[in-house]
Design a protein around this ligand. Structure first.
Ligand code: WTA
Length: 645
């Protein structure tokens, strides 16, 4: 198929998106077929996909393969971070599909015996160890709705999520390794549950560090498993297609994270199809996605997508630069990785060390490379294409978000090879009506910047009952109100003359720091909870490696002194109260924040000051502030920041 043929085909798939997705859904195994492909739910813009259909995600990922020739095919190759004196990994674990099936069944039994039942909620706070996907699959098997909380998050962030979801059980680990350091995870979990209704904590032994176990509340997983027979089977629940598989919290433009619900059936269909189109996944492939399962990329493309596809998946515990920057290339060589899915930030970081660390290792198995999470700059794209992929592999930048469930805009090497362009996301995938529009929803002219929207419902979109956990009204407002009646992604984008989409970044107060999604309001509320802080405003400034980093403007309460020591104190506070990923790259102390007469913080002024730029064009000022007012605030702030800050 060439690009014009694809566009014609694509048009038919969006015009009859219902028929198209119905056809795709037939590629899965259903316990009961659906009665209707898509229906309106109880709340505005919440759609129910494959209504009446029943299936089970754990069945699709495991049982199917365990009963086929894939039974003894390796599902996961897991590599721990620590290495011996020669730089060889100290622990490698491999699970065949049959072994994974067995483990997950026993784990499901453990959760049942702890009292969990279909519709209950559980929270998972685990590092990148095999027990993480196993726990997700075991809970999916019995219909328990789970939320995975990134293991780099603080106790506060964990508690917020546990409480919002109403989780009764928390699964965590004693500790894990990160850039050579042992992190005591259980300690953070203990602190978090103090302010929750968690009744039981299941603890995986990973690092062997000393942890406190509370009698009657805390259980070692290996103790719970001891009496469960090796061959115990827990039949997968036959779940409605609309049954929530999980809730994943993501940052928005208020202090409170949004709990995005993903259903079972629609989500499974989108993942199954994108594994073919985007990754062209084949049975002989070894697939390596470098994300953390704590984020949506890991949910969809380390766990459910590739397992449904029956792939062999490499899962790595640690950071790409431990013990050296060769680690990922060693992994690619060691396991003969064919399909590699990574992030622009990591690529930019590794690029700095030149081509030698890459070239020392055999990458001849690589076939397809994609990145995700933030725009990829042409230089990083070229490095992936020329150095890592030796000009043999298509390199893409897959666009999607927590809310979309799976990839929606991408090069599609599994369908056809369109000409590559460094930095673009490519064309919308089949069945997805993505468009760049103005505020009124009219398609923007090619080359014009606009908002990226999705104009038709798609399987994998936020699911029933409320789209956003317990917040149907917020769901409607955030995604469906800005551009009337279509899904507003919050991203700026440009469509070029070939129809390729180029996502430029967020159009709202959400930052992408090393690909991690962080709301400026979230950080501001952390800062103002510190005893010394009266007011705070956070903006993102461009960063060569991380894409963007937060800079905070802080007004101190009287009696407190700004300066280096206070800045260090506040950075430590953010690290502990939110997580290291959000640590500001700078803290500037000012006597007051520039605001419009109506009290809105002039973020544009702050951004200009923080990035050392100028105010730029003021003719299209979106604030209600007068031009003079903005200029004046800018100059004043500049002076103040130069003086002290
Ligand atoms: C951004 C991550 C440009 C975008 C899967 C989106 C991207 C946000 C790309 C969602 C890409 C993701 N090119 N920007 N290939 N992929 N983004 O929820 O701003 O963590 O809105 O999901 O990441 O972030 P999230």
């Amino acid at each position: 198929m060439d690009i014009e043929a694809y566009k014609r085909f694509w048009r038919t798939t969006v015009e009859d998106y219902i028929g198209f997705w119905e056809k795709e859904a037939r590629n899965l195994e259903w316990f009961r077929p659906w009665d209707h492909v898509v229906e309106k739910g109880e709340h505005p813009f919440v759609f129910k996909w494959f209504v009446g259909g029943q299936l089970n995600m754990s069945y699709l990922c495991l049982d199917r393969h365990a009963k086929s020739w894939r039974k003894n095919k390796v599902a996961y190759i897991w590599e721990g971070e620590p290495v011996d004196g020669d730089g060889k990994p100290l622990s490698i674990r491999k699970y065949t599909y049959y072994e994974l099936y067995r483990e997950v069944n026993r784990l499901a039994h453990v959760f049942l015996s702890l009292g969990l039942r279909k519709g209950d909620r559980a929270a998972i706070y685990l590092p990148m160890i095999p027990e993480l996907p196993m726990t997700m699959l075991a809970l999916a098997r019995i219909g328990v709705i789970f939320t995975v909380v990134f293991s780099g998050f603080s106790a506060e962030n964990l508690a917020i999520r546990v409480n919002d979801l109403g989780a009764k059980i928390l699964v965590t680990a004693d500790g894990f390794y990160r850039r050579g350091r042992l992190i005591n995870l259980k300690e953070v979990a203990d602190k978090a549950v103090e302010s929750t209704d968690v009744e039981k904590i299941v603890v995986v032994k990973r690092a062997g560090n000393e942890v406190a176990m509370k009698e009657g509340r805390d259980f070692w997983l290996h103790d719970l498993l001891r009496t469960v027979p090796e061959n115990l089977v827990v039949e997968p629940e036959s779940l409605d297609s609309t049954h929530p598989l999980y809730v994943l919290y993501t940052s928005g433009t208020t202090g409170k994270p949004k709990g995005i619900i993903h259903d079972t059936g629609g989500y499974a269909v989108l993942l199954n199809s994108t594994m073919k189109w985007v990754f062209d996944i084949r049975d002989e492939d070894v697939y390596f996605c470098t994300a953390d399962i704590g984020w949506v990329t890991g949910h969809s493309y380390i766990v459910f997508g590739p397992l449904m596809a029956g792939a062999t998946i490499v899962m790595y515990e640690g950071t790409p630069d431990y013990p050296t920057v060769e680690r990922w290339w060693q992994i690619i060589e060691r396991y003969g990785v064919n399909v590699f899915y990574t992030t622009p930030t990591a690529v930019r970081m590794l690029m700095r060390f030149g081509n030698e660390p890459v070239k020392k290792h055999d990458r001849s198995t690589l076939r397809i490379i994609h990145s995700v999470g933030e725009p990829i700059n042409p230089a990083a794209w070229r490095w992936l294409f020329e150095v890592v992929g030796e000009r043999r592999c298509p390199v893409g930048s897959t666009w999607w978000m927590t809310e979309t469930g799976g990839i929606l805009i991408s090069h599609l090497p599994g369908l056809m090879l369109t000409p590559l362009k460094p930095g673009t996301n490519g064309l919308p995938i089949p069945g997805i009506d993505a468009e760049v529009v103005d505020e009124k929803g009219n398609a923007a002219a090619p080359g014009q910047r606009g908002y990226l929207v999705i104009r038709k419902p798609w399987p994998g979109m936020p699911g029933p009952p409320t789209g956003m956990w317990k917040e149907p009204e917020r769901y409607r407002q955030v995604y469906w109100e800005k551009v009337n009646g279509v899904f507003f992604t919050g991203d700026y984008a440009v469509k070029d003359f070939d129809g390729y989409i180029w996502v430029a970044g967020r159009a709202d107060e959400v930052l992408k720091v090393a690909g991690h999604r962080i709301g400026t309001y979230e950080l501001e509320s952390v800062l103002v909870s510190h005893a010394a802080v009266a007011e705070a405003a956070v903006v993102g400034v461009p960063d060569e490696i991380k894409g963007e980093t937060p800079v905070a403007f802080v007004v101190l309460k009287s009696g407190y002194q700004g300066g280096g020591e206070m800045a260090q104190q506040l950075m430590k506070y953010v690290r502990e109260t939110y997580g290291a990923i959000a640590t500001p790259s700078g803290i500037l102390f000012v006597s007051k924040l520039p605001k419009t007469r109506s009290g809105k913080i002039m973020r544009r002024v702050l951004r200009a000051v923080a990035s050392g730029g100028s105010l730029g064009d003021l003719t299209t000022l979106e604030d209600e502030a007068a031009v003079d007012e903005v200029k004046e605030s800018y100059e004043q702030l500049l002076k103040e920041v130069r003086r002290g800050g």
